[in-house]
Ligand binder design. Structure first.
Ligand SMILES: Cc1cc2nc3c(=O)[nH]c(=O)nc-3n(C[C@H](O)[C@H](O)[C@H](O)COP(=O)(O)OP(=O)(O)OC[C@H]3O[C@@H](n4cnc5c(N)ncnc54)[C@H](O)[C@@H]3O)c2cc1C
Length: 449
């Protein structure tokens, strides 16, 4: 399939942004390869809310900007977003129509001139001369080689780093792994009847009652059940599958089956017990079960719980995060289903560039949920506003490394930061508070957008 200057593997929120940033800056060829038939990864496979743009405090700040804003703006122009408070405390989310988001990703990628290939799976990596990589892909027409001068691994599972022999921590090896979740969507929900009957508070009580009375064996009492952009539809993040390793295909198969079983258990509970749901039914389960973490690469730097809980903006910051540590681990009976730890003091920390550079890497970056972080830090820094910011930073860094002919870990940070600021990225704690009212998105945009 030839040669490309910059190859991005995986078109999730991190990979799409990496490709957009790489093509935005220079005249280098950029190729984005994705194994499924649409872009977005988790953002379109299973979700409908971007978290991480706003901090969860009483005086919320908008801590992400630049190209991620463009994605939301496009959705806003289509009339397909609203802001909503998180059910349990991750701050305000940007709710979007995930089907429209598939279109928006396509349009942005094509408009940027990125060479975009779907239904194609990375299966091998061979080093070649000059520190470049030969990436081997499989699709229905066979095996194909692409020679890449720079590679950004945005596969979520760090498939490139695994195949290229970079070191990583496997979720579950040092700390309990986050659980897996099949999300599902229901239509024909009477939201007015639901609100009149007490809304989320009523739902929470009914879930509690259903579990304690053993009438329904719901795996979680506090799952998120929330309104979607599509009228009369709700999205549910409540399934909880534990003790299954997502990189083992047999265990992943079992997890998919168990996730679907739980989804229909919730449907039964909602229809039988919750006002407004009597005529509702599931219209879709997620394209695959949601995987929160697998491989986390060891980078030149590693984000740790200590960084998150002693918040600072280090000199090598390339994006900000204010999301709490939100750990959906298995837990023991009587323990909370989800462990929350909020970022103290300013409530915002800066994430160093080195967390996006695999250790000793010369021509490769790692972005998204497989970036370099410990289990706890990852549980804070994995929302999509942050994974998009990682893509923005790595895509920009890859261009600089080509322009200056320098290795990934030798990028002049001031140059990178200045390019990111030019794009509209936020690298300092914003002074003003954000408008987080339902239609307030556009009130938070700066002249960059
Ligand atoms: C159940 C669940 C609920 C969540 N809730 C929220 C939420 O409400 N809001 C929020 O902001 N965040 C949420 N998160 C976290 C967030 O969604 C993820 O951390 C983020 O989307 C990860 O983005 P990514 O681009 O790193 O990976 P992904 O979105 O997983 O993208 C990786 C892409 O790479 C492709 N790929 C993988 N392997 C290959 C290969 N070998 N070759 C080619 N392509 C490949 C995949 O198909 C995929 O498109 C949730 C996560 C889960 C699992």
């Amino acid at each position: 399939m030839g040669t490309t200057d910059i190859l991005v593997i995986g078109a999730g929120s991190a990979g799409c942004l990496a490709a957009l940033a790489a093509s935005n800056h220079g005249s280098y060829s950029v190729m984005l390869v994705e194994r499924y038939g649409f872009a977005g990864g988790t953002s379109t496979q299973m979700l409908d809310t971007f978290y991480g743009f706003f901090t969860p405090s009483e005086a919320p700040r908008k801590v992400v900007g630049g190209l991620p804003d463009i994605v939301v703006n496009r959705l806003d122009q289509l009339g397909d977003i609203f802001l909503r408070p998180n059910t349990y405390g991750a701050g305000t989310g940007v709710n979007y129509n995930p089907e429209k988001l598939k279109l928006v990703w396509d349009q942005l990628i094509l408009d940027a001139g990125v060479k975009y290939l779907l239904h194609t799976h990375l299966v091998g990596v061979e080093p070649v001369e000059n520190g470049h990589y030969c990436c081997i892909f499989w699709n229905k027409s066979g095996f194909h080689k692409i020679i890449a001068h720079r590679v950004i691994d945005a596969s979520g599972d760090a498939d490139f780093c695994h195949l290229a022999d970079f070191e990583y921590e496997l979720a579950g090896d040092l700390d309990p792994m986050q659980s897996l979740t099949t999300t599902f969507r229901m239509s024909n929900v009477d939201l007015q009847q639901y609100q009149t009957a007490g809304g989320n508070q009523m739902l929470s009580e009914k879930m509690e009652q259903a579990v304690s009375s053993k009438a329904y064996k719901l795996p979680r009492k506090k799952g998120s059940v929330h309104e979607m952009c599509q009228t009369g539809c709700i999205s549910t993040v409540a399934v909880k599958v534990t003790d299954k390793k997502p990189l083992d295909p047999w265990q992943l198969t079992e997890a998919e089956i168990e996730g679907r079983r739980q989804a229909f258990l919730y449907e039964k509970f909602l229809r039988e017990q919750v006002p407004g749901y009597q005529g509702a039914s599931i219209i879709g389960t997620s394209v695959q079960i949601g995987v929160r973490e697998t491989r986390r690469v060891y980078g030149e730097k590693r984000l740790t719980k200590e960084h998150c809980l002693n918040p600072e903006i280090p000199d090598d910051t390339v994006f900000l995060c204010g999301a709490p540590i939100e750990d959906h681990r298995k837990g023991q009976p009587g323990q909370p289903e989800t462990v929350w730890q909020y970022i103290p003091d300013t409530g915002i920390y800066g994430v160093p560039y080195g967390t996006l550079v695999p250790k000793d890497s010369k021509a490769a970056w790692v972005v998204g949920r497989c970036f370099s972080a410990t289990h706890d830090a990852h549980a804070s820094c994995r929302s999509m506003a942050q994974t998009m910011s990682m893509g923005q930073a790595a895509g920009t860094a890859a261009v600089i490394s080509l322009e200056m002919d320098v290795e990934a870990n030798a990028i002049p940070l001031k140059t990178l930061q200045s390019r990111l600021l030019d794009l509209g990225a936020v690298l300092e704690i914003p002074k003003s508070t954000a408008d987080i009212t339902r239609n307030g998105w556009s009130n938070n945009l700066t002249s960059f957008n």
